[in-house]
Design a protein around this ligand. Structure first.
Ligand SMILES: NC(=O)c1ccc[n+]([C@@H]2O[C@H](COP(=O)([O-])OP(=O)(O)OC[C@H]3O[C@@H](n4cnc5c(N)ncnc54)[C@H](OP(=O)(O)O)[C@@H]3O)[C@@H](O)[C@H]2O)c1
Length: 288
């Protein structure tokens, strides 16, 4: 009997690119769905099934999900996130899929993106299909943005208080947990997995950068309005600034400091450390 067909969205993104080789290693029957086939082919290679569909166009998903058993639903930050993923959920129901695994986030946060994820989780839980929600905390890859200043200086700036901890997650751990949940199928129904690495303050992040990169790196904390001016000048869209300001307010209360053992419990290994992440991406933080 052939293996159940799993449709995967978001494979060209931050976590998706790590997921692809893990799914291949497990020998799963995968159909990748991407809006730009040529771009996706360059990332995913020639030897994968690739179907074109755009989350902004629900009818394209009706076609893309024909014959699919499980939909893995993942797409990037967007002011249209709820509408986009609702299109995919409705298409999954119409196509007779059995299960949805959704990459979500910390749905307790009052920021717009987590609120969209929370609404989407509600829609999935009510749609009649089996489901699992993956809820990673702050990706370590966000440091490429937060610590962009390390390319031309020895400090990075944010408005997060220096004594507040955030449990950062390595996207490779997200991919490990996702691949396990997709492969194991049974045993994860109705679950919502909060996933984190170890909690660290931005002062500790600076110390880790210093140790690993062998440079003296400092964290500069600024008021939120100063930070807003900075990222506005960097060209961040206003909806994303609004989202991040709310995330910073939520983080400032210690709400992202929780730690979980989901990576160990489900993927079967300890969560990757910040030290490992920085060492593995040292070139990206090097001075240009
Ligand atoms: N960043 C964090 O700290 C964090 C923490 C927890 C959860 N999350 C969640 O993780 C998810 C992934 O975020 P990310 O920043 O890692 O994403 P990302 O790297 O920007 O990847 C987004 C993916 O979605 C695809 N996509 C975007 N719009 C699409 C559309 N209209 N139709 C089809 N595919 C589309 C992109 O395809 P293209 O190649 O065509 O662009 C890409 O593969 C988000 O839902 C986010 O809320 C993020």
């Amino acid at each position: 009997m052939s293996k159940p067909l799993i449709a995967v969205t978001g494979a060209t993104g931050v976590t998706g690119q790590h997921l692809v080789p893990r799914l291949a290693a497990r020998g799963l029957n995968i159909r990748y769905i991407a809006r730009d086939i040529e771009k996706a082919r360059q990332v995913l290679g020639d030897d994968v099934e690739l179907v074109s569909a755009d989350l902004d166009d629900g009818t394209s998903f009706d076609r893309a999900l024909e014959g699919v058993h499980t939909l893995y639903l993942n797409s990037g930050h967007s002011p249209a996130l709820e509408e986009q993923q609702t299109n995919a959920i409705e298409a999954a129901v119409a196509a007779g899929c059995e299960r949805i695994v959704k990459l979500s986030g910390n749905i307790d946060s009052p920021a717009p993106i987590p609120e969209a994820h929370k609404a989407l989780e509600g829609k999935i839980a009510a749609c009649g299909l089996r489901y699992t929600f993956l809820r990673p905390n702050f990706y370590m890859t966000n440091l490429h943005y937060v610590a962009a200043g390390l390319k031309d200086g020895d400090s990075f700036t944010s408005a997060i208080p220096r004594d507040v901890e955030i449990s950062m997650t390595d996207p490779r751990d997200v991919a490990d947990l996702t691949a396990t949940v997709l492969a194991e199928d049974a045993g994860h129904d109705g679950q919502g997995y909060y996933q984190t690495g170890a909690a660290v303050s931005l002062d500790e992040v600076a110390e880790t950068f210093s140790r690993v990169l062998k440079r003296d790196i400092r964290y500069e904390m600024v008021d939120v309005d100063v930070w807003e001016d900075m990222v506005t000048r960097r060209g961040l869209p206003s909806w994303l600034i609004e989202h991040q300001v709310k995330m910073i307010g939520f983080a400032a209360n210690g709400a992202y400091a929780y730690e979980t053992t989901a990576t160990q419990d489900i993927a079967g290994h300890p969560s990757r450390t910040l030290e490992t992440f920085i060492a593995d991406h040292a070139q990206a933080f090097a001075r240009t």
